[in-house]
Design a binder for this molecule. Sequence first.
Ligand code: URA
Length: 256
Amino acid sequence: MRLDKFLAGCAGSTRSEVKKQLKKGMVLVNHVVEKHPERQIDPEQDCIELAGKTVHWQPFIALMLNKPAGVVTATEDKRQKTVMDGIDHPRKKELFPVGRLDIDTEGLLLLLNDGALAHRMLSPRHHVDKTYYAKVLGYVDEQDVEAFARGVDIGEKAPTLPAKLEIQSVKEVEQPLWETDSDLETPTEPATISEIYLTICEGKFHQVKRMFEARGKKVIYLKRVKMAGIALDDTLAPGEWRELTNEEMERLQRLC
Ligand code: URA
């Protein structure tokens, strides 16, 4: 691995910071000053020091991305933008998304380089909790709460596993009957919009949307806010990402 890539990936510096640190002679490889960013090192064998401190190789990397709407959850796609397009991490090539969010869904997406951990997190045996915030067209009520707690038929072999539905608000709004660019007033009709949080422990295709459809309601906005005990960092704007903290990383590894 190139020395600058190692430092950017493991010492938390940007590539341009690394360049300056190398130039200033702040980096030692096996106790000898090294100024060449392209120097090849073995991350597991060589001793790398930056400003007098040993930089330890991090085999596992994990990021949280606030997925924006309009990008597909894939590492590559011929036609559409993917969740990887906005990631400029030095070890980006090793990363892949854990599970899938629909193209129009926003929010927490974990990107890992550890296939075994990702596999365990997605395995139906482990029942990893995922919490979604949604706006739903329709009046969500206590009967929906009870139905989701029992499990609903979404056309699979078995009903969904018990899920926790929390109703935040139910409001009547005037919704436009059609979109117009003109200054003329657009006719509106009243509609009921409910805001909810739903926690599920499965990951069936379009699961949240299908659960509400089964109750005769339509999800019009969906955002994942928590997964495996890790909450979406609310300082991240859509499209922004950060590395998981050590505590979040440990939580993941303890989980399954
Ligand atoms: N459920 C859905 O319907 N869509 C998602 O993207 C995630 C969960």
